[in-house]
Structures are given as structure tokens and as C-alpha cells.
Design a protein around this ligand. Structure first.
Ligand SMILES: Cc1cc2nc3c(=O)[nH]c(=O)nc-3n(C[C@H](O)[C@H](O)[C@H](O)COP(=O)(O)OP(=O)(O)OC[C@H]3O[C@@H](n4cnc5c(N)ncnc54)[C@H](O)[C@@H]3O)c2cc1C
Length: 426
């Protein structure tokens, strides 16, 4: 990460790296030996906390990162891969540098959390004690929110809302389409990870079809929502770059999504039955199982947090960052997860190593590529307020902007990607 970018993120996140880099140490404030931080989940949320606490507190805290995957493919920029701009390899990262820096990597799933004993129980049965725990498992898919859909059906009608094999399956099916074929996407209901993500993906589908010279292929988006993120910008971009190819239907048009049949490829709504050559079904979502099982989620399926600290409202020794938490006005994004993680790392530094802390500040930007060099963005800064992460400032791209501005947006997103993977994977 360049100094400039690092300063930028530091200022935006409010969790000053400078602060964490020069802590006023009290090496072991909790009992014998070094205090123990355990992190569940090595994505942009958990991975950032683990690296920041380890590096910036200079080993004063013993950090264990529990993450079953040895190779982590990012969901962010997976649409860019779908569009053919990036290889799968370029969005896949490992934890070798993180391990070399001194974080203890456990490549095993956490099976449960014993909150009374302050221990994480691994899938293999081993127990890992903690003084503070960060829970960052991302989302689980609510398969049954779409009638007829299931984990097995996802092998035919991929959601690709969790990265890796699902993304590869989606790309394989996309690249096999012939002119005249139909793509049907079922978009997810709120709240879900990456609000503009489905619509950027539709743009990337269209980009691939257009590049292959398709004249008759169609993309139908069946949405349970009446509006979506950056809607005016996407609709303008679709009309400009892919006229007549994309049809977005809200519930007033389709009348309700009735279900899918993976055997026939059929998707039923109140209005019509669609036969999709490629069906991309993105169901409703909830916090990862480990968080729900530990009693950290509420009836929404996600985990309420204290906006000043990112601590779980259910347990003061546990922090929940990233998609698993209820982030108030902040969207669920990798940028948000990384920003929340920096606040959690700062508070953990304060509690376990008496490092200085500052008021929590958060930020987010979500870029979306509509067509080559035509990239739009939305974002904001957030502070604790009204019991949530409250938007303080917001911005969004405008319709009809100059081409060079849109091109700069794309370059910004490329720079951001390099920065965040540097933050998480070293
Ligand atoms: C198509 C798409 C495009 C996107 N584009 C963008 C974008 O451009 N910009 C952006 O900011 N965001 C984007 N996002 C959103 C972004 O990917 C997520 O918000 C982000 O990954 C959330 O980070 P996280 O750390 O909370 O969860 P995750 O990234 O899901 O990481 C969670 C980790 O926890 C691990 N885990 C789960 N359960 C356990 C367990 N029991 N034990 C141990 N480990 C466990 C998982 O293996 C996983 O590695 C996009 C998402 C999608 C689907």
C-alpha cells in the first residue's frame, strides 16, 4: 500500500494506523502471558482486524486467524472477472504473508463459540481460548427464500454470491451462451451484500454478449425490490451501451417471483414463465452460521453492533465486522468491512494493549463498471449516531458525466482493489 493510499484509508476509517503503530503498551493486561485475540473469518473484515492488530501492536497481542480456505477469491471484482477484464487468479489470494508477519493461521472452520468459557471450538474439536473475539464469517445464502431453489440447484442455477467455484460456474455458463439465448437473474431482497452488485453483474453479462456479437440474446432481471442502488445510472448506461438487451422488472411488472425449476431451467413469476439458458438466482441472505448459532444475530438474521466500537450488542468480548453485522446506513461491502475492521482493531488495541483510541469514523465507496471505462460510484462517511452507523456525508455519480471522469472512476476502483487486498493479505 502506498503511503498516500494508506493515509487516505487511515483518515477515512478514523482508526489511525499512526495511533496503532505507536501504542502506549502495557504488554499483558489480562492475566498471564500475552492477551489473546481470535478472529473467525479471513475476508476483508476479519483479515483486516487480524493484520492490523498484529502489525500495529507489534506482537503485543497474540493473534489467531481461523479461516478454512487457504485461497480466498474475492467477491469484490468478481464481476470484473465475469466481464473478462480480470483473470480468476488475479482475484485469488493466500495468507502466506499474513502468516510470515506472525498471525497464527488455523485453516479449519470454527464449529461453535463457547461464550461462557471464552473459547472457540474448531471443527476438529480443539478449543482456542480468547480474551477478545472477532466474528466475521460474511453471509449465508437463504436458499429457501426462492421456492424450488437449494444448494443442489445452485450447481445448475448459480448464485455466485459467494465466490470461488460458484463464480467459475457462472462464467462457464455465460461463455457457453449462443446468440438468442436468455439470461434471467433473480435479484436479492434487502439487506444483502453489495447493493449495486447484481446490476454491475448484469452490465458485465451484457458486455460479454455484445463483445461476442450477440444481436438477439436478452437479459431479464426479476427484482423483488421496487428500486435499486444507482438505478438511474445503470438504466442510463444500459440504454447507452446495450439498447434493447436488458429488461428490468420490479414487482409491479412481474407480480411476484413464484419459484424456479432447476430441471427445466424455468423461472415462474405471476406474469410469465421464463426459460433461461443461464439462470443467476441470488436469494435473500443472513449472517454466517457461526454468528447465528452463537446467539449474536437478532430476528433480522444479522448481528447488531455498538456503533462506537463494532462490539456485538450481545457480548462485550466479541466484535462483529463486515457483512454479518447490521451496519445501519452503511451498505454491506468489502470497503465497509475493511473500514469497520480498522475501528475494531483500534478498540481491541485500546483494551488489550492500552493503545490510544479515537472516536470511530467509517467510510465506504462502491464502484460499478457499466461498460469499458464507464464506471460509476456511490459512497459516504459514517459516524455513530441514533444508535447506528449514521451517514454524515454521501455522494453518487451523476447522469451524463464526461467520459474521462468515468474512466478515472475505474482507475480509482483498480487502485482501491490493490489497497484493500494489501490490507487483508499483506
Ligand atoms: C458479485 C459481488 C461483487 C462485489 N463487489 C464489491 C465491490 O466492488 N466493492 C466492495 O466493497 N464490495 C463488493 N462486494 C461485497 C464484498 O465482497 C463483501 O461485502 C465482503 O466480502 C464482506 O467481507 P466479510 O469479511 O464480511 O465476509 P467474506 O468476504 O464473506 O469473508 C468471510 C470469511 O469467513 C470465513 N468463514 C465463514 N464461516 C466460518 C467459520 N465457521 N469458521 C471460520 N471461517 C469462516 C469464510 O470462509 C470467508 O473466508 C461484492 C460482492 C459480490 C457478491
Amino acid at each position: 500500500m502506498t503511503d498516500l493510499t494508506r493515509r487516505h484509508f487511515t483518515l477515512l476509517a478514523g482508526a489511525s494506523l499512526g495511533t496503532l503503530a505507536t501504542p502506549l503498551f502495557a504488554p499483558a493486561v489480562l492475566g498471564q502471558g500475552k492477551p489473546k485475540l481470535v478472529v473467525i473469518g479471513g475476508g476483508p473484515g476479519g483479515g483486516t482486524v487480524a493484520r492490523y492488530v498484529n502489525k500495529d501492536l507489534k506482537g503485543a497481542v497474540d493473534v489467531t486467524l481461523i479461516e478454512p480456505q487457504k485461497n480466498f477469491t474475492t467477491c469484490f471484482f468478481s464481476n470484473i472477472h465475469v466481464g473478462g477484464y480480470r483473470s480468476f487468479q488475479s482475484i485469488t489470494h493466500n495468507y502466506n504473508k499474513v502468516r510470515k508477519e506472525g498471525v497464527k493461521l488455523v485453516h479449519e472452520a470454527a464449529a461453535s463459540i463457547d461464550r461462557d468459557k471464552k473459547e472457540v471450538v474448531l471443527a476438529g474439536g480443539k478449543r482456542v481460548p480468547y480474551d477478545r473475539l472477532v466474528v466475521a464469517p460474511g453471509i449465508d445464502i437463504k436458499f429457501d427464500s426462492v421456492p424450488g431453489y437449494s444448494e443442489a440447484a445452485a450447481q445448475i442455477m448459480p448464485h455466485a454470491w459467494k465466490p470461488g467455484a460458484q463464480t467459475q460456474l457462472l462464467v462457464k455458463k455465460l461463455n457457453a451462451l449462443k446468440d438468442g439465448d436468455t439470461i434471467v437473474m433473480i435479484a436479492p431482497p434487502n439487506p444483502y451484500r453489495c447493493p449495486p452488485g447484481p446490476y454491475e453483474r448484469v452490465s458485465m453479462f451484457a458486455h460479454v454478449l455484445k463483445k461476442k456479437g450477440h444481436k438477439k440474446s436478452r437479459i431479464i432481471v426479476l427484482d423483488p425490490k421496487t428500486a435499486f442502488s444507482k438505478q438511474a445510472l445503470f438504466l442510463e448506461g444500459w440504454e447507452k451501451h446495450y439498447p434493447g438487451m436488458i429488461e428490468w422488472q420490479d414487482p409491479k411488472v412481474h407480480g411476484g417471483i413464484k419459484g424456479v425449476d432447476p430441471k427445466t431451467g424455468e423461472i415462474k413469476t405471476d406474469l410469465a414463465n421464463y426459460k433461461a439458458t443461464l439462470a443467476n438466482v441470488i436469494p435473500a441472505q443472513m449472517a454466517g452460521k457461526i454468528a447465528r448459532d452463537a446467539g449474536l444475530a437478532d430476528q433480522s438474521g444479522f448481528c447488531p453492533i455498538d456503533p462506537e466500537t463494532m462490539k456485538s450488542k450481545m457480548d462485550a468480548n466479541i466484535f462483529v465486522v463486515g457483512d454479518a453485522c447490521i451496519p445501519g446506513d452503511m451498505p454491506k461491502s468489502a470497503f465497509s468491512a475493511n473500514s469497520q475492521a480498522k475501528v475494531a482493531a483500534m478498540i481491541i488495541g485500546g483494551e488489550l494493549a492500552k493503545a490510544r483510541t479515537f472516536p470511530a469514523r467509517y467510510s465506504n465507496t462502491c464502484w460499478s463498471l457499466i461498460e469499458t471505462d464507464d464506471d460509476v460510484k456511490v459512497g459516504g462517511t459514517y459516524e455513530p449516531g441514533e444508535g447506528k452507523l449514521k451517514a454524515v456525508t454521501t455522494f453518487v455519480s451523476q447522469k451524463g458525466e464526461a467520459a474521462d471522469l468515468r474512466k478515472r472512476n475505474y482507475q480509482e476502483s483498480v487502485d482501491w482493489y490493490a489497497s484493500i487486498v494489501g490490507d487483508v493479505f499483506g
